[in-house]
Design a protein around this ligand. Structure first.
Ligand code: FES
Ligand code: FES
Length: 167
């Protein structure tokens, strides 16, 4: 059993009880992914599994067998930071930074969900694609909490990237 993590194949743990977040942090030392609540309530542990956002504290590592995991460490490249990483810096989308990796991974997947036409609770017209307003972004990112109160900067950063990606 192997898991592709940030482009590198690694062996899945023998112990099926190991969570994905513990595999990342404790065994692979990819400590960008954070643990806040460890029970699915805060979003600090959000990573991408085959491009979709998942809570790594509620995901067993063996569930990622044969699949591709991207963490905050895997979003940047030799060409530079991911546009969301740059936008978070530009808009002061963090204070202590603890929630930031989860916020950014979540936002990467959220922008793709919205581009694919997935509605949110606050989407009014279900017939077309929702344009990503501040209200839409707050709703779609509501699973990622920031205890520092950097939400305004976070929303501004995501809005900027959403506007750049808009067709
Ligand atoms: S640590 Fe996973 S949701 Fe809080
Ligand atoms: S920047 Fe501190 S928890 Fe969000």
């Amino acid at each position: 059993m192997t898991i592709r993590i940030n482009g590198t194949e690694i062996a899945a743990p023998d112990d099926p009880r190991v969570s994905l977040v513990d595999l990342l942090r404790e065994q692979l030392h990819l400590t960008g992914t954070k643990i806040g609540c460890n029970q699915g309530a805060c979003g600090a542990c959000t990573v991408l599994l085959d491009g979709e956002r998942v809570l790594a504290c509620l995901t067993l590592a063996v569930q990622a067998d044969g699949r591709s995991v991207t963490t905050i460490e895997g979003l940047s490249s030799d060409a530079g930071l991911h546009p969301l990483q740059s936008a978070f810096i530009e808009h002061d989308g963090f204070q202590c930074g603890y929630c930031t990796p989860g916020q950014i991974c979540s936002a990467v997947a959220m922008l793709r969900e919205a581009a694919d036409g997935a509605p949110s609770y606050v989407t009014g017209d279900l017939a077309g694609h929702a344009s990503l307003s501040s209200e839409e972004i707050r709703e779609r990112m509501s699973g990622n909490l920031c205890r520092c109160g950097a939400h305004n900067g976070i929303v501004e950063a995501i809005l900027e990237v959403a506007r750049e990606d808009a067709p």
